[in-house]
Design a protein around this ligand. Structure first.
Ligand code: BGP
Length: 795
């Protein structure tokens, strides 16, 4: 065999994977009852709502319910041999306890299976993919109650009776090991922090018993069908070779493996019994449960694979990152991450395939893997498409490792990439986190025609399938790691530098952004407030301020970038209600380009006037989404718009970040921030015409007095947003001018220096500060000094 070719076994099941709640829509059609997903607009970690709300993109999904024939035709065009799909429980039993199953719901899946049949695609059905009828949550608190096992068994029996002779492969619960992190996905309505660990493990036990019972029922109805479990697979590497780290990694791994161990071996392994014992958990396990688990083990093991993580015995001092349903693990300094912070590790897929095969000797099925990315729809010679080479490279690299595992002797049944058509994200509720070979025209705000377009990866995957993988190169994508183009950090720091010898976090993941922008401050205002300085020097004072800030801070460990700023005095007159609009728009574009290239986890910005927070905070909002809160420490609210009297752009910074203001500016931003997650702190000076925007947009404010003795109210506010990450804008004029005048005008009545330091330190102690901007410093003495030096001989 040529070392660069890969051989997939004959009959290898190539295809794609979906879930009912993320594609179907039609949440109230065909007799369907409400499902838990219909009240979960913001994704797995976000709070539920009382009822369905317009913000919930899953209510309409991608309208697969009506467009399934068109979509299946496209899958067939790619040569799919299998489509992983799930059945919506509430389509079959709208309340979970109905006397008869819903005939219309059953007929819908008949039509889907018929259509698949017509195209020679076999279905792989997940019985429960993060769904249950909402009524079972309200009445039984989901899987907390043992009663749900029988209700599930009833549902399952209906499915096997109806489809058991036309569907060969079945999965019981999607990612069953996620229950410990996202209980609501198992129908448990009690807030996570109010559920005891005992209750959670008991609920997990009920699911495991229900899974065994489903396996029993399925095999009784048709002994030929194959029933598998489905888990999140995630290699856990020790952060260092320190045996304590290795043991910590093993123990974290056990928490995940427990679920598949029970499914495959039919009993709780010793390590799980110890873990439960040590946590004082006494599970109610009946003799019937034991018998069921032992007698009805799975035929194969399926799993999702998106990332690996590290584990450290000293977690408190290690950097933790994002992970899908398993919540952040310790960051691996050797790996890049996706735009959503999931660390990319193709080799980890080979490792996990080998581990699972060695452990259980059961056939394995990769039923989810893929890259969630922001795609750009382009018009290529009259046809809309996406040039998603990064996705091709990602999938290529992973499939090459599947090939390696097969060569290692692992029995792999098939590969269904996640989201072959764009769909609503499970963890964030967004459309913009796209995985598909097929683009769906639907946006995060729900707009769009729902039209389908083939991306570049469409033809690529078609060729892979048609050649049974022969078009793949075993060494992975030849052009190198292109997927990093859509990753968080294309220029990875030297791993040795990213952590100190004990694996603790260092500051190399912080970008220092120097942005000496001065054009945002209104000229007339500068002239009036700094009459003692020559006007041109005074207005350049902000640029000088950025240099001084950079000079007085210690040399950074991480990267530094400087945003190019024009010092040209032309083009400063107002345009569309903004002074020097051309300059600020151009420079904003330059700053965003720097950030897009660097994709930093954290940014320290040294300004410049106030608007220099716009680009870094918008980039952090893109990266961290709803997990980012902003604390704007400033005398002024900065909520001006082009309609305000004051034309200086720096006074529009908060407005722009919230998506208000000039479209040429707002459209450039990679993300905006919900005003509910922005607090103006230390606020006590404003112009009357734009101040009403504060209340109209729903921003929270704290006067200097509210924070004078304690940061408590502000910390409580951050807690109420549910965010773990904070970006702080520090306008130096928030400091009381009776203490020291650091900005342009005198602002008495502000917070004193020690207050400001305390507020920032308290935020840093309680939250992950990922953005800090210091802005508006005008070094008047230095301006005067420059004046003195300017005509000296030999300068
Ligand atoms: C898995 C889920 C899927 C899917 C996928 C990608 O955890 O089983 O339902 O959504 O992750 O996650 P996301 O949609 O959040 O990008």
């Amino acid at each position: 065999m040529n070392p660069s070719t890969i051989q997939f076994p004959p009959g290898f099941l190539w295809g794609g994977a979906t879930a009912a709640n993320q594609i179907e829509g039609a949440f109230q059609e065909g007799g369907k009852g409400l499902s838990i997903q219909d009240v979960l607009p913001g994704g797995a970690a976000a709070p539920r709502t009382d009822g369905p709300t317009p913000a919930n993109l899953k209510l309409d999904g991608i309208d697969f319910y009506h467009r399934y024939a068109e979509d299946i035709r496209l899958f067939a065009e790619m040569g799919f041999r299998v489509l992983r799909m799930s059945i919506s429980w509430s389509r079959i039993f709208p309340t979970g306890e109905d006397g008869e199953p819903n005939a219309e719901g059953l007929a819908f899946y008949d039509r889907v299976f018929d259509e698949l049949d017509r195209h020679g695609i076999e279905p792989l059905v997940t019985i429960s993919h993060y769904e249950m009828p909402l009524a079972l949550t309200e009445k039984y608190n989901g899987w907390i109650s043992r009663e749900v096992i029988d209700l599930f068994a009833r549902y399952v029996r209906v499915l096997f009776d109806r489809y058991g002779h036309r569907v060969r492969y079945w999965l019981t619960f999607n990612e069953i090991n996620s229950i410990l992190h996202f209980p609501f996905l198992a129908g448990i309505g009690t807030p996570r922090e109010q559920i005891s660990t005992s209750e959670l493990y008991q609920a997990a036990h009920h699911e495991l018993v229900a899974s065994a019972l489903a396996t029993k029922i399925g095999h009784e109805i048709n002994p030929d069908i194959q029933i598998g479990c489905m888990v999140i697979a995630m290699p856990i590497y020790p952060l260092t070779p320190n045996p304590d780290d290795v043991l910590a990694a093993l123990q974290t791994d056990h928490l995940n493996l427990m679920f598949s161990d029970v499914h495959v071996r039919g009993r709780y392994p010793g390590y799980a019994l110890r873990l439960l014992r040590e946590r004082g958990i006494e599970l109610t396990i009946t003799d019937d449960d034991r018998e069921l688990l032992a007698a009805h083990t799975v035929d194969f093991v399926s799993f999702s694979y998106y990332m690996s993580v590290c584990e450290s015995a000293d977690r408190e001092n290690a950097v933790t990152g994002d992970a899908n349903m398993m919540v952040g693990g310790v960051v691996n300094p050797y790996l890049p991450a996706s735009e959503w912070g999931w660390q990319i590790d193709p080799v980890g897929l080979r490792i996990i395939l080998n581990q699972f095969w060695d452990r259980w000797g059961k056939p394995l099925f990769i039923v989810e893997n893929g890259l969630g990315a922001n795609d750009q729809l382009i018009d290529a010679d009259g046809e809309f498409t996406v040039d998603d080479q990064y996705r091709i490279d990602y999938l290529h690299a992973h499939l090459a490792q599947v090939g390696e595992a097969i060569a290692d002797g692992v029995d792999v049944l098939g590969y269904t990439s996640w989201g072959p058509i764009d769909l609503v994200s499970a963890t964030t509720g967004q459309m913009s986190k796209r995985y598909g070979f097929i683009y769906v025209d639907r946006n995060d705000d729900g707009t769009g025609t729902l039209a389908r377009y083939r991306k570049k990866s469409f033809a690529w995957y078609r060729d892979v399938i048609a050649s049974d993988g022969a078009t793949l190169d075993a060494r992975g994508p030849r052009q190198g790691p292109n997927w990093r183009r859509s990753m968080s950090d294309p220029t990875l720091p030297d791993p040795a530098e990213a952590h100190d010898h004990e694996g603790r976090r260092s500051t190399t993941d912080t970008l220092r952004l120097i942005w000496p922008q001065w054009q945002g401050a209104e000229g007339a205002n500068v002239a009036a407030l700094a009459p003692e300085l020559p006007f041109d020097r005074a207005r350049h004072g902000y640029a000088l301020g950025a240099k001084v800030l950079s000079a007085i801070l210690p040399t950074p460990d991480g990267p530094t970038a400087q945003v190019p700023v024009s010092m040209d005095p032309t083009g400063l007159s107002p345009q569309d209600g903004i002074e020097a609009k051309d300059a600020v728009v151009t420079q904003l574009g330059a700053a965003l380009a720097v950030l897009d290239q660097q994709r930093p986890e954290r940014v320290l910005t040294l300004g410049g006037e106030c608007s220099v927070s716009v680009a870094p905070f918008a980039e952090l909002a893109r990266r961290y989404g709803n997990d980012l809160a902003v604390v704007w420490l400033d005398s002024h609210p900065d909520v001006g718009t082009p309609a305000s009297q004051y034309k200086g752009y720096h006074a529009m910074a908060v407005a722009v970040l919230t998506g208000h203001g000039d479209p040429a500016v707002v459209e450039q931003l990679p993300a905006t921030i919900d005003p509910a997650r922005i607090a103006l702190a230390g606020l006590h000076s404003w112009t009357d015409d734009d101040f009403p925007n504060v209340a109209a947009w729903g921003l929270t404010t704290f006067s200097p007095d509210a924070l004078r003795h304690s940061t408590g109210p502000l910390l409580d506010w951050v807690r109420s947003t549910g965010c773990s990450k904070v970006a702080i804008h520090l306008d130096v004029d928030v400091v009381d001018s009776d203490d020291v005048v650091l900005g342009l005008g005198a602002e008495p009545g502000g917070l004193c220096l020690t207050d400001v330091r305390r507020v920032v330190a308290d935020l840093d102690e309680h939250y992950d500060v990922v953005g800090l901007t210091v802005a508006e410093f005008i070094p008047r003495q230095v301006v005067r000094l420059a004046e003195l030096l300017q005509d000296l001989p030999l300068t």
